[in-house]
Design a protein around this ligand. Structure first.
Ligand SMILES: NC(=O)c1ccc[n+]([C@@H]2O[C@H](COP(=O)([O-])OP(=O)(O)OC[C@H]3O[C@@H](n4cnc5c(N)ncnc54)[C@H](O)[C@@H]3O)[C@@H](O)[C@H]2O)c1
Length: 255
């Protein structure tokens, strides 16, 4: 990458490509490129801190993980659960079933490649709920790719169900069907993210750019409680009002 003077490396390979994604992250660091991780392997949000520190030490920004489509199932589902929480509805159980007909969905028929994808998609929704991890422990949430339907091609269909309780326990139930073109949902987001990676490079930022990641990724380094919160964080980052990321990163990665 050094020879090609690549500034930004975008990782968009099949779900479950754990080793290949780490190899590309390593290549970005060695080649001096910013890294955008569009898939559910935890690099920007690596819970061990290894990859965040590697990018920080290399003086390079990393944005991720797992792209959230422009108006896909994740943003719609988390907006609905966030709205219900905001309006005092106690969510009791929820699922999001997704089907599609492209190679991504064919690949995701292999359940053993899916563990990080399920974590990423599920946490994007439970992060908006009070005590969100409880839904996972209690088996009250099920989210993920559900089947491959070849004739759908690039069309992705998501079925979202949420059951909750209002005042005095009265039931509230929601069933939503969303149909979108999977690739356009991705492309719209990636155009923005590439610009933000360039902005981060120009500002000399290094390590995970969490202010920009929460809006665009399902599994950001720092999850937010609502799409609105992610939006505010992003706007503050772009206009430069956000507190200095470099200083915050220095504190967290040199401890
Ligand atoms: N809406 C979206 O399109 C969307 C949203 C979020 C995340 N993603 C994720 O992005 C990834 C790519 O999605 P897609 O629909 O383009 O999948 P795809 O199967 O159409 O394309 C994957 C490409 O990666 C190539 N590839 C496989 N292994 C590789 C390797 N080791 N090095 C380099 N290239 C390799 C394949 O040849 C193929 O061209 C998937 O992990 C998907 O879940 C997509």
């Amino acid at each position: 990458y050094k020879d090609t003077e690549t500034e930004i490396l975008v990782n968009m390979i099949p779900v479950g490509s754990e080793q290949a994604t780490r190899a590309y992250a390593e290549a970005a660091i060695r080649g001096g490129a910013a890294f955008i991780n569009g898939i559910p392997v935890f690099i920007a949000s690596d819970p061990t801190g290894y990859w965040p520190k590697r990018f920080f030490d290399a003086g390079l920004p990393v944005l991720g993980d797992d792209v959230k489509g422009q108006f896909g199932a994740t943003i719609l589902h988390s907006a609905l659960t966030s709205l219900m929480r905001d309006r005092g509805i106690i969510v009791e159980e929820t699922y999001q079933l997704n089907v599609g007909g492209n190679t991504d969905f064919l690949n995701m028929k292999m359940e053993e490649r899916l563990s990080s994808k399920r974590v990423s998609k599920t946490k994007a929704v439970t992060a908006t709920l009070d005590n969100g991890d409880r839904y996972i422990y209690d088996g009250k949430v099920r989210i993920g790719p559900s089947d491959y339907v070849p004739f759908l091609g690039n069309t992705k269909v998501a079925y979202i169900y949420i059951k909750g309780r209002s005042l005095l326990g009265f039931p509230v139930e929601l069933d939503v069907k969303l149909k979108v073109d999977d690739k356009s949902m991705f492309a719209a987001v990636m155009l923005d993210v590439i610009r933000l990676a360039k902005l981060s490079l120009d500002r000399g930022l290094r390590g995970p750019i969490h202010e920009a990641s929460a809006y665009y990724f399902k599994h950001p380094p720092k999850p937010v409680r609502s799409p609105l919160e992610a939006r505010i964080l992003l706007e503050q980052f772009i206009t430069g009002k956000q507190r200095n990321t470099v200083i915050e990163n220095i504190v967290s990665y040199t401890q």
